[in-house]
Design a protein around this ligand. Structure first.
Ligand code: GLA
Length: 780
């Protein structure tokens, strides 16, 4: 172990270097430095672009004189003017602090000083939460703090992934006395930044409107983003980003319960960022010799601003957090929006036959297969098969679908129970909330108390049985309501509810899925109500939103992709008229948006026309050819001078994909360039539009302007014709250098009501085109 005592001897520059009371983390592009100062406080020295170690003296905090009403630990030295790594209450730091303890007389003053600093021989992550896949090639620095007022040993863990420029922090408390210590607040990370010229980006929203990007200035006070709903929530995602034009800091928490992010502007113009379990509705009673661990918090820095943080997070999460998928990311068919609860064996097999023929790879049987589940009022908690829908049992249907060459998945919502269920009739005491008080419902259901081990065991057993007995390959794990009436029969202290529930959930998921690595797991919580790193440590992807409208999805997916890799973002092409918005997006655009992530279809295949089915077949071929690029590529959002554009790019090895999307169409639009970034300026590339069909019935009475068909534009002949024939839309091909593509090449015009040409972009409202860019050998 490399301890502070022998720090002076160490001269080798490793990723983590400890010497002269200073701790240096050197990443690929970033440096993170701390120092244990003469008062044994842990100071933040530097977090930014990678710099040589010689710079250290320049960075020392200047503490020359005291001023005004300041309270001082030592002459001229006040905690209120220090940049600190972890701070406590009552010793002059008047910003929000990272730890608040309480003793039996409610005392809360605490004084933390460093007692040791070392590099752990073996990476140590708390077992009660999910953690990244252990990477033996990394290093973990531990800083121990003791407190004059409380008999606790606090360990700050810094696990450093230099190749990714990612630091993972967590905090551990050990009660070293016989008396209980109450933890009212303990953060996973705190970062004090010297300057405040950063904007704060967070994701906020609601059901059907997840991950809306919000950008705040913090010029005074504290900005808080938090969740109290029992999941990370669509209201405030745990991801947080601070950025200006040159640089950005990213943060995220590996926790699916109530989280808390705060950014405080300090009077000296510094900023304090904190992230951890929400201290509201939280109080933990730490017993003698007991250890409390916080969840892990990720931090990254990039000098490429937002794009850099996104790419750092994407690479890290893909390589270190998301479990290896058991098979290539499948093209999924889910019947939910096509049927809701109204389906049976016959209907599913008819869909599966079409899905298999079109080239889809996995068929998910969604809600409604169990108990009397023909609506959302009953049967959650029960796992008997719905006899009406599956008179020969569900295994019969699954085998039939598998016989068509598809993998099969099944929907479960194991954390919930309906009042009308055999489970509730047998175990009313398993429901969250006091039995002597009315408990409120959400989507007509209650929550099962995952703080109780019996409940955990029941879920483990039932879901395992479904997987093993029916031979499914994929699980969609849903959770459709926020928490209320938080009370568990298993707990002595009810403010431990959220964390105990989460730990129960982690145990359940681990037991089921760690021993079944052949299962592809998709999480869902009424869409993206639990889109977080806690879930991604066990699942390959998360259903991003119940809103499948391509235009709304542009915002939802763009927000989600700031913090989470495309491979985790599950998207489906849904029906002609969108269920949530009644909008008619072209099939091409529904595909062009959904392809940026885990991809599938969710519509009634039996009502699709021939042209639609032909188009879907082609789309699936394209999706398969782009799968690797989407999963492993570097994603970024490109700027456009047109305000009705959204532009996304993914680049992988020698190819790239650019999606150009139009929201509302305007008459006579300006000339437009296609820009592709981060290509080799010296190389040449072939740019090709991905073929897409233009459906003739989009034109109505404009038909005479675009074809020479002389028929009633809304009549029966036209209707029949449009079912069978389509036209080309926006064909484009060019060869260009990486240098020119970065500057932009001119695209073809947009349709302006004056005639048809296969190379015109006939977009109208909500139109779009995908451009594929591939390096070629080309003699200029
Ligand atoms: C939630 C999910 C949907 C679907 C329904 C089924 O709303 O987000 O995708 O599975 O439940 O009830």
């Amino acid at each position: 172990m490399q301890h502070m005592s022998n720090m002076l001897l160490i001269r080798v520059i490793t990723m983590i270097d400890i010497r002269d009371h200073k701790i240096y983390f050197t990443g690929k592009e970033s440096s993170y430095w701390m120092q244990v100062n003469v008062h044994r406080h842990l100071e933040q020295l530097y977090y930014g672009p990678r710099i040589p170690l010689q710079e250290v003296d320049v960075l020392e905090n200047k503490n020359r004189v005291q001023f005004g009403s300041q309270v001082n630990i030592h002459e001229g030295y006040s905690l209120n003017t220090q940049l600190l790594e972890f701070s406590s209450a009552g010793k002059g730091d008047f910003r929000p602090v990272s730890i608040e303890l309480e003793s039996d007389d409610d005392s809360f003053v605490s004084d933390l000083r460093v007692s040791d600093v070392y590099i752990n021989e073996k990476i140590d992550f708390p077992s009660e939460y999910f953690s990244p896949r252990i990477n033996e090639n990394t290093q973990q620095c531990v800083i121990e703090l003791t407190d004059d007022y409380f008999p606790v040993l606090i360990k700050l863990f810094y696990t450093f992934y230099s190749e990714y420029d990612v630091i993972i922090r967590h905090t551990q408390l050990l009660n070293k006395s016989e008396n209980e210590v109450i933890i009212n607040k303990v953060m996973s990370t705190q970062l004090d930044l010297l300057e405040s010229d950063y904007k704060v980006l967070s994701l906020n929203g609601s059901w059907g409107k997840e991950a809306q990007i919000t950008i705040d200035d913090v010029n005074s006070g504290t900005l808080v983003h938090e969740s109290l709903v029992g999941s990370s929530s669509a209201l405030n995602n745990p991801g947080l980003l601070l950025f200006n034009d040159e640089s950005a800091y990213g943060f995220n928490l590996m926790y699916s319960g109530n989280h808390y992010n705060s950014v405080t502007h300090h009077i000296d113009d510094s900023l304090r960022v904190m992230m951890g379990i929400n201290p509201h509705q939280f109080k933990y009673h730490l017993q003698m010799d007991e250890v409390f661990n916080t969840p892990l918090a990720l931090m990254t820095y990039s000098n490429q601003s937002r794009k850099g943080v996104t790419q750092n997070f994407h690479r890290f999460i893909r390589d270190m957090i998301i479990p290896e998928p058991p098979f290539e990311k499948p093209i999924v068919y889910n019947h939910w929006e096509g049927t809701f609860f109204d389906y049976d064996h016959k209907k599913l097999v008819s869909f599966a036959t079409k899905a298999a023929d079109l080239g889809m790879e996995l068929f998910c049987i969604d809600d409604g297969w169990f108990g009397q589940r023909d609506d959302d009022f009953r049967s959650l908690g029960d796992y008997s098969i719905n006899q009406k829908k599956f008179p020969q049992g569900i295994k019969h249907t699954i085998d039939k679908i598998k016989g068509l060459g598809l993998k099969v998945g099944i929907w479960v919502e194991p954390e919930m129970v309906s009042e009308d269920s055999d489970l509730y009739r047998t175990h009313p005491e398993w429901v969250v909330g006091r039995q002597d008080k009315p408990r409120i419902k959400g989507r007509n259901q209650w929550i099962l108390d995952l703080c109780q081990v019996e409940v955990q065991d029941y879920i483990i057993q039932q879901v395992s049985h479904v997987i093993d007995n029916y031979g499914v390959d994929y699980i969609k794990w849903d959770m459709n309501r926020n928490h209320s009436d938080q009370y568990s029969n298993a707990l002595k202290h009810q403010k431990e509810f959220d964390i105990r529930y989460q730990q129960g959930l982690v145990r359940v998921l681990r037991e089921i899925f760690y021993s079944r690595p052949h299962i592809f797991l998709e999480m869902c919580s009424s869409g993206g109500n639990r889109f977080d790193l806690g879930m991604l440590a066990v699942a390959q992807q998360i259903w991003t939103s119940d809103n499948t409208d391509a235009m709304d999805r542009l915002r939802i997916q763009e927000g989600t992709a700031i913090f989470y890799p495309l491979s985790a973002i599950s998207n489906h092409v849904s029906g002609r008229v969108n269920t949530q918005t009644i909008r008619h997006n072209p099939l091409s655009t529904r595909f062009n948006v959904a392809i940026f992530g885990g991809f599938g279809y969710e519509l009634d295949l039996n009502i699709c026309s021939k042209v639609e089915l032909d188009e879907i077949r082609k789309q699936i071929e394209v999706a398969k050819s782009l799968r690797e690029l989407i999963v492993y590529g570097d994603y970024q959002v490109l700027k456009s001078k047109l305000e009705n554009r959204v532009v996304w790019q993914v680049k992988y090895k020698d190819e790239a994909l650019v999606g150009l999307f139009q929201t509302i169409n305007y008459g006579l639009q300006s000339k437009e360039k296609l820009r592709v970034k981060d290509l080799d300026p010296e190389k040449f590339y072939r740019v090709t539009s991905i073929d897409q069909a233009l459906f003739i019935d989009r034109f109505g009475e404009l038909l005479k302007h675009v074809t020479n068909l002389k028929v009633h534009p809304y009549g029966a002949i036209m209707h029949k014709y449009a079912q069978h024939k389509s036209m080309d839309d926006g064909k484009f091909e060019a060869i260009s250098s990486g240098a020119l593509l970065s500057n932009g090449i001119l695209l073809n015009e947009i349709y302006m009501g004056t005639g048809y040409h296969p190379e015109l972009r006939i977009w109208g409202d909500f139109g779009s085109t995908l451009y594929h860019i591939r390096e070629i050998d080309y003699e200029a």
